[in-house]
Design a protein around this ligand. Structure first.
Ligand SMILES: [Zn+2]
Length: 261
């Protein structure tokens, strides 16, 4: 698939999902592994590579056609050329042959499920796995730009229990990428408009930093803190950016109070 076509498709999807850009689209293809969010996007380009290799590999006569095609075939639309491009991309990013990956039994799922997993899924996963480190770095760099420790954030993310509701994980993802649409952000974006005060305490300008320490939020926290076995004071942005060493359950509890607020 030509790069321009991929870009065209991705920009249409991006405009549909977020009117104001706050994150690179590619990252949303990896939020399953990084955040445990179940509704990750599928990478258009990698899907294309994986489906091409999977469907060619499944038919001997097509592969024979590929093998019989003279080297140096020029046409961009010739099937053998497309196969060759996809093959080299896969080899370069994963270091493995398509057939090798298609046969490989997955390790992240149960053995029963992985036996029935399609070649396409295995190929796609191998390609996505190969790209993930770059996207993890993207997350570390983004939070690092705001002065937070990306490594700590990653480590604490992995400690969160699997029971954390999906909505809470989305909330965290948005906070980490500075995405929540607070009144202060709208005022900045629109221009010439006074930022409104926080609807909870009606005292200060509504920003995400204020929200993390809003007296009304802290008051709500104080009421549930003891019963829920949470630390006496929530850590504000420190907690939301997962900068503290705490067990996953406690972290999830504090985050839940913030989400509720
Ligand atoms: Zn407030």
């Amino acid at each position: 698939m030509p790069h321009s076509v991929v870009q065209q498709i991705e920009s249409k999807i991006r405009d549909f999902i977020m009117p104001i850009g706050w994150i690179k689209m590619g990252f949303l293809c990896h939020i399953g592994e990084i955040y445990g969010i179940k509704t990750a996007l599928r990478d258009v380009f990698l899907s294309n590579i994986a489906s091409l290799l999977a469907s060619y590999g499944a038919h001997e006569e097509i592969m024979q056609g590929v093998a019989d095609t003279p080297v140096g075939e020029k046409s961009d639309v010739h099937p053998a050329v497309n196969w060759s491009l996809a093959f080299h991309f896969l080899m370069e990013s994963t270091g493995m042959m398509p057939a090798e990956i298609a046969r490989r039994v997955g390790t992240s799922r149960g053995p029963e499920k992985s036996k029935t997993e399609t070649a396409f899924k295995r190929l796609y996963r191998a390609l996505a796995d190969a790209e993930r480190p770059a996207w993890e770095k993207y997350l570390r760099d983004r939070v690092g730009d705001k002065g937070w420790n990306g490594e700590t954030l990653e480590k604490q993310l992995r400690r969160l229990p699997r029971t954390v509701p999906q909505g809470h994980l989305w909330f965290l993802l948005k906070v980490h990428f500075n995405a929540p649409i607070t009144k202060a952000r709208i005022a900045k974006a629109v221009g010439g408009v006074e930022a409104e005060t926080c609807p909870l305490c009606k005292q200060e300008t509504e920003t995400i930093e204020h929200f993390a320490n809003c007296p009304a939020v802290l008051d709500a926290y104080a009421r549930v803190q003891w019963g829920a076995g949470l630390p006496p004071v929530p850590g504000g942005m420190q907690t939301l950016m997962l900068q503290e060493e705490m067990d996953g359950g406690t972290g999830a509890g504090v985050i839940a109070v913030y989400v509720g607020a």
